[in-house]
Design a protein around this ligand. Sequence first.
Ligand SMILES: *Cc1c(COP(=O)(O)O)cnc(C)c1O
Length: 398
Amino acid sequence: MSQHDTCGFSTLAIHAGKIKDAFGALTPPIYQTSTFEFESCQHGGDIFAGKRAGYAYSRTANPTVMAVEQKVAAMEGGEAALATSSGMGAITSLIWSIVSTGDHIVADKTLYGCTYEFLAHHLRRMGVNVDFIDTSDENALKSALKPETKIVYLETPANPNMKITDLRKVSDFVHGHNSAIKVVCDNTFATPYLQNPLREGADAVVHSATKYINGHGDLLAGFVISDAETVMKARMVGVKDMTGSVLAANEAFLIMRGLKTMELRMERHCASAMKIAEFLESCPKIEKVLYPGLKSHVGYEVAARQMHHGFGGMVSFVVSGGKEQAAKFVDSLELCTLAVSLGDAETLIEHPASMTHSTYSPEELADAGIPEGLVRLSVGLENVEDILADLEKGIRAI
Ligand SMILES: *Cc1c(COP(=O)(O)O)cnc(C)c1O
């Protein structure tokens, strides 16, 4: 039985990975050091050979970073976690540690823009074949899998259109076909509080901890959570040799500070997002509201099963009249800040087609289900009445 099964989320977020230092410090000390002194040549050699535990150099391990890794592993119900200096650092460090030229990846069509760019342009340039499909369509999945497929990669809810994919169904199908294929889920939108893909059968989880995990909009970070062997490869091949995407001790400290309130923050994000989604759905000038907590969302049933405690803080909606009206809406707001990123205390609003997803061509946007009039809202922690009043200004402007 994992620790997660025996105590609650906040208890883990606060207590897992605790550092016991010589002075009994309550909060984890920041080990602001690049390297660690060895007692003898033998001692250093043994640590390098993996024959004994200990620290050698902060590109492979650091006590403060290790503490946040243990917390996040416990929160996701995984054996181990690797912290990285950004979400892209987590995604690339994991994937580089798995694939070689000639290998094949099946990815969902709807992904965070830079993940899409990495897979569609740069990995292909290195001779890795990538096919983009709708992973929630079992027939598409069946015909996409090849003998050389190493990874099936998806997001749920997907950025930016909140598409829901049944993790249990996809994992069982892929593993039934070939148990060696790794199902990788980007769990940034859902957070470990709302959804644990490893418990649904996925093999690895990646996060942009820049978003909800840190939750305060003041740093960039990422995580890979998986079995110990996969995480070790992502650390010792991915980060150590290929990306160098190391998380700094100071950032690890700040993330742990943010994690103490993660459950409280998520409860507020979810409650406010639901009220806002219902409000937008009642507005005739809004063509469609994409929030998995609405019964009108095609993924509602699946989301209700695989997401616990709520449906998250991200609400996307399509403004009638396309890009021009979407811009008018967004430009008329005062409280909601026009900015990319998400998961912060401040409500953030953006236009994916010209910002986060501008890496997609117009044809690719249409194919991925990202309309020109789509607006993405990251509902913050302000009082919901104030956010609603600001959104009403947007409605009046169009
Ligand atoms: C932001 C984001 C990323 C990239 O994370 P960074 O921390 O900005 O590198 C990856 N996936 C999703 C879903 C994101 O929202």
